[in-house]
Unconditional design. Structure first.
Length: 285
């Protein structure tokens, strides 16, 4: 009943509690909002031969969490309010299969509108730059679409630089034109400030992109990624394993940046999630 205790200490009750025999499924937090990382907890299936599920059509990738099994689900920052169905299927060691389903509600979240003025060539891209940006976006998507089957993170996540990030999800109007919402958290920091891995993972991609500047993408396994942009320097090699707290680069202002800062973002499956939620969610260990 550890997760119940967790829910109570968070001051909210699980919205969903379904039972089939001794099988319990809970979704935490109780109600979801755009940018959230939710945890689906399955209790009573410690010896399951097979445990699978989906939430809103996204596959659930389970990992052991004490006596329970848990899976993370991301709610994209542009998710519309509404009801989402989850389904869990268990085949126990005796070969008996059980299925459960339920629903969770995603509520609205208001994001501020941020108006920015940037040099015209950074906004109205000439065709050659537009092609470069498109190819870089495709490289990033290909990296993020790779799902490592094992959980690589261990213990809690840590902020990559000291301080408080801001601006996740803000609806951006750049030089008077509505643009894609801001999918990360910006941390103000002086150039050269060490940037550390927010958790254990594998360096999935590094490089220098038009918008991101010098960057590092870390794969934490099971579809969870963190991204670090506008670096002055990259101190991580593609394919290498890093531990939480390892220096992977230094703060800079490369790419489309108005000054030195770290843009820290997180992806879970295809969802752009608020990386600050990783700092508070109970992920096991
Ligand atoms: Zn940013």
């Amino acid at each position: 009943m550890r997760a119940w205790a967790l829910a109570l200490t968070l001051g909210s009750l699980p919205l969903v509690q379904a039972s089939a025999g001794v099988l319990d499924v809970r979704v935490l937090p109780a109600s979801l909002h755009p940018g959230d990382v939710a945890v689906v907890v399955v209790e009573g299936a410690p010896n399951a031969r097979e445990l699978s599920g989906t939430l809103g059509g996204q596959p659930l990738r389970f990992f052991p969490r004490g006596d329970e099994r848990a899976a993370l689900v991301g709610v994209d920052l542009e998710a519309k309010p509404g009801t989402t169905v989850w389904r869990i299927g268990v085949i126990d060691d005796g070969g008996t299969s059980r299925e459960l389903s339920g629903r969770v509600v995603t509520g609205p979240r208001r994001f501020p509108v941020e108006r920015l003025q940037l040099p015209t060539p950074m906004v109205d891209l000439d065709p050659e730059v537009a092609r470069r940006v498109e190819s870089e976006a495709a490289q990033l998507q290909a990296a993020l679409a790779t799902i490592s089957p094992e959980r690589l993170w261990r213990g809690p996540f840590t902020p990559p630089v000291p301080g408080q990030g801001h601006g996740f999800g803000s609806r951006r109007v750049i030089n008077g034109q509505p643009r894609a919402p801001h999918s990360g958290l910006d941390f103000a920091a002086v150039r050269g400030t060490p940037v550390v891995a927010s958790n254990r993972g594998r360096v999935s991609l590094t490089g220098e992109f038009f918008f991101a500047g010098r960057f590092v993408v870390l794969d934490h396994g099971l579809g969870l990624y963190t991204l670090y942009y506008h670096l002055d320097r990259v101190d991580a090699a593609e394919g290498a394993m890093v531990e939480r707290g390892d220096v992977i680069g230094a703060v800079g202002a490369t790419g489309r940046a108005t000054g030195p800062h770290l843009h820290w973002a997180a992806r879970l499956g295809s969802a752009r999630v608020d990386p600050s939620t990783l700092l508070s969610v109970s992920l096991g260990d």
